[in-house]
Design a binder for this molecule. Structure first.
Ligand SMILES: Nc1nc2c([nH]c(=O)n2[C@H]2C[C@H](O)[C@@H](COP(=O)(O)OP(=O)(O)OP(=O)(O)O)O2)c(=O)[nH]1
Ligand SMILES: [Mg+2]
Length: 324
């Protein structure tokens, strides 16, 4: 990056109506750089302010609302022709008052999918719109044995019925190996169930590369991500997730152009009894640097989604089912 450009720290609110999935965007006021371009409400962090203080102040100034529920989401840096902007995106889910235009800017509620119909969006705001399409729950398979396949498929169907929209197929210890034809059969059936329910499926990189495109993308193990020198599947059609255990793994996911990170394990978990957990503070400090949406993994269930979000998670990933 060019060090002579001004470096601006900005906080941005993803104001989310959790019932409809809509977000609030605004058009930049006349007379400002990028006038008339659409953006998330927000602005520059002032000297001595925390991100949260700046967020609350900006949304009061621009929209007249009093934010009471918000959590850090993704922070990343974007280089414009004349400036370098560090953008801290926060999810805003609770506020008093009705957003109204206080800077003569147009406002619009829209979905992440439809946002581009409003007009031109600030370039740095496009990745967040893509990330917002990632669901809060990421279910991970745990079939283990061919004889468990039927019961597991039934359990998968139950999770899909409960609204799970993202699934990872990961069977590193399949008896005939992770490339077995018997496993491919089960995966093909699982992919069929997921697609019928409008859910996307990623295949773990322990399985043959030829299988990844049967699904909607790949979940790279940390060690496989470090060996890749480019994103292994194109962005238009596929998702790429990266598993991370530390800051270096998470930063490398960003270098690869991955869509998201799965970071853990956060809490004690029977699947990793020997390694110490990151804990929520360890998770938060790595997630804050990842520059991508981060799923928390390790000891997660629906009951931990809120605490995960308070520590900067996009959502949670779990193999033991996400209910309860
Ligand atoms: N608010 C906001 N700013 C964004 C987004 N994407 C993006 O690149 N930016 C950049 C544009 C600007 O360079 C900077 C935010 O500056 P701003 O002009 O909104 O700052 P401000 O509200 O404090 O306004 P001002 O008092 O300085 O006029 O961040 C976004 O989605 N929302
Ligand atoms: Mg602003």
């Amino acid at each position: 990056m060019n060090a002579t450009k001004p470096y601006i720290k900005v906080v941005v609110g993803v104001i989310l109506n959790e019932q409809t999935g809509e977000i609030l965007l605004g058009q930049r006021p006349k007379g400002k750089p990028w006038e008339d371009w659409w953006e998330f409400p927000g602005g520059k962090i002032e000297e001595g302010e925390s991100q949260k203080q700046a967020l609350v102040r900006e949304l009061k100034e621009e929209l007249g609302i009093d934010v009471h529920t918000c959590t850090p989401w993704v922070t990343f840096t974007y280089e414009y022709p004349k400036t370098i902007v560090n953008l801290a995106f926060w999810r805003v889910t609770g506020w008093d008052g009705t957003p109204r235009s206080l800077e003569e800017q147009q406002l619009a509620w829209t979905t992440p999918e439809e946002a581009n119909k409003l007009g031109e969006l600030l370039p740095a705001s496009l990745p967040p719109l893509r990330w917002l399409r990632l669901p809060p729950h990421y279910a991970i398979s745990n079939i283990q044995q061919p004889e468990n396949s039927q019961a597991w498929l039934a359990n998968l169907q139950q999770q899909l019925d409960q609204g799970v929209k993202l699934v990872q197929l990961r069977e590193p210890s399949w008896p005939d190996g992770p490339a077995a034809a018997s496993l491919k059969d089960v995966f093909e059936r699982a992919i069929g169930c997921c697609h019928a329910a409008g859910a996307r499926v990623l295949i773990n990189s322990v399985h043959p590369k030829a299988w990844w495109k049967l699904a909607d993308g790949v979940q790279l193990r940390a060690q496989d991500a470090l060996l890749a020198d480019a994103r292994p599947l194109p962005e238009e059609k596929y998702l790429v997730g990266v598993s991370a255990h530390n800051t270096a793994d998470a930063l490398y996911a960003q270098v690869l152009g991955a869509d998201f990170v799965v970071l853990g394990h956060v809490l004690e978990t029977p699947s990793h009894p020997d390694q110490p957990p990151l804990g929520w503070d360890g998770f938060a400090s790595i997630a804050g640097e990842a520059g991508l949406p981060v799923y928390a993994i390790g000891g997660q269930s629906a009951a931990t989604l809120e605490i995960a979000r308070e520590h900067g998670a996009h959502g949670i990933a779990a193999i033991r089912g996400l209910a309860g």
